[in-house]
Design a protein. Sequence first.
Length: 163
Amino acid sequence: MIFTGRVWKFGNDINTDLMMPGEVFSFPVEQQARQVFRANRPGWVDQVREGDILIGGRNFGTGSSRPAARLLRHLGITCVVAESINGLFFRNCVNFALAPMTCAGITAAFKEGEEAAVDFIQGVVTHVASGRVLQGEALPDFLQEIIATGGTVERLRSQGFLR
């Protein structure tokens, strides 16, 4: 599983409240997605395109277990690579087919708008322009399979557990 795309950078301790504000829970998914990062990056949702990659600092996705990963994936973000990822957010990424990876040094290695290639099998991130490679943590095969089949619900459906 390899993703190549344009990088968006976010800092440390990015809370799921910033990704999915509480007042949007009752909205349809399309409307929820329009509110992602509105408090700290107004207009960001209009710039994101399918295949983009999100890079974050330490403790990315801290906070509640809001299904913010679903909204990021809905906007076109294919994967999240961060210095560290909150455990609940990591699981929600897998649940909603948004590939997560931790990688020390990732925030210093990229400027926003540059291109990254993220290899979840080998656990490496490559800065496409310079060829610089960073070693991250490979994603276990069973998690890659869940993501490749569209997330947890789709994986269970493909195995006959859901209709």
